[in-house]
Design a protein around this ligand. Structure first.
Ligand SMILES: [Fe+2]
Ligand SMILES: [Fe+2]
Length: 288
């Protein structure tokens, strides 16, 4: 890590080892925000990691990206897909390594949280297509990483999974309240603190922090509402979900903020289901 930021004491007490994000992700995040960065710098940063390059090219040639010819080099990938999509691919391939498919995170079946994350990334992109199209690239990343706090909570904090599930199923608490009660903080708080620690862009940190309560996000910030709606659709479709209590409808304020009519939700849901069925297997294979 470049800068060590302090974590709040209540989080430090529970999480002894702060997961580090691979250097290549930090580097690629920086480059895609630098207006003077060149395609060469981007491909060099990725090429340092042969495993990542292989996975990236495989994914880049999948139907999801619809490139009419076979892409066999990083240069071609940048040429066809552009900087931001390649950044998304780097993130997807890198974070997939954290999501152990054998691991069960509370609320989800084994490997279900990765499925949920991939589906949310695709859904966030679709929500943007109908609303804030200019945010499509950041929406994919935000959808993919919105529950990163839950992944860390589910893997690093022992013996709380059953309590959280019990509080949701039998205590009638929401996911966030159950986490607060069992651990002292929620996955959105943890995720946002870690994303800040990893120097993620502010809009991504906000999407992570406010995806359950987009009404609390700053006015100019649309990503939390986009991810909130995508998350609700994907939960409703049930990918990887184990308990019904995880599901919640999209809040009307969120729909209003991004200018989505409630009657567009069904159409969106059908589109997301099609996309996920077709494309998720290629993404899920990353974590195997
Ligand atoms: Fe969440
Ligand atoms: Fe989620």
């Amino acid at each position: 890590m470049e800068t060590e930021k302090r974590l709040p004491p209540k989080i430090l007490k529970e999480i002894k080892e702060i997961p580090t994000i691979p250097d290549v992700v930090v580097k690629v995040m920086q480059l895609t925000r630098d207006p003077n960065a060149s395609a060469k710098q981007l491909t060099m940063a990725i090429a340092n990691d042969p495993g990542l390059t292989g996975n990236l090219l495989r994914l880049c040639n999948s139907a999801y990206y619809g490139i009419p010819r076979v892409v066999s080099s990083l240069n071609q990938a940048v040429m066809y897909l552009g900087f931001h999509t390649v950044r998304n691919l780097v993130l997807t391939c890198s974070v997939s390594r954290f999501f152990n498919p054998q691991k069960r995170i509370y609320g989800y079946v084994k490997g279900g949280l990765w499925y949920h994350s991939v589906a949310s990334a695709m859904a966030s992109e679709q929500v943007c297509k109908l609303t804030q199209n200019n945010l499509r690239d950041s929406a994919f990343t935000a959808g993919l990483l919105h529950d990163i706090g839950q992944l860390i909570m589910g893997t690093s904090i022992k013996d709380t999974a059953e309590t959280i599930v019990d509080l949701m199923k039998n205590g009638g608490l929401t996911e966030l309240d159950a986490e607060e009660e069992a651990v002292g903080f929620s996955h959105v708080e943890l995720g946002a603190v870690l994303a800040d620690q990893w120097n993620f862009p502010v809009e991504l940190i906000q999407a992570i922090r406010y995806h359950h309560h987009p009404d609390q996000a700053p006015d100019a910030s649309f990503l939390p509402a986009i991810v909130h709606v995508a998350n609700a659709i994907v939960l409703d479709l049930g990918y990887g979900v184990e308990i019904e209590e995880m599901k919640h409808p999209a809040k009307p304020e969120a729909l209003q903020k991004i200018g989505l009519q409630p009657d567009q939700l069904d159409e969106l849901k059908t589109r997301v289901a099609e996309l996920v069925t077709q494309n998720a297997p290629n993404f899920l294979a990353m974590a195997d």
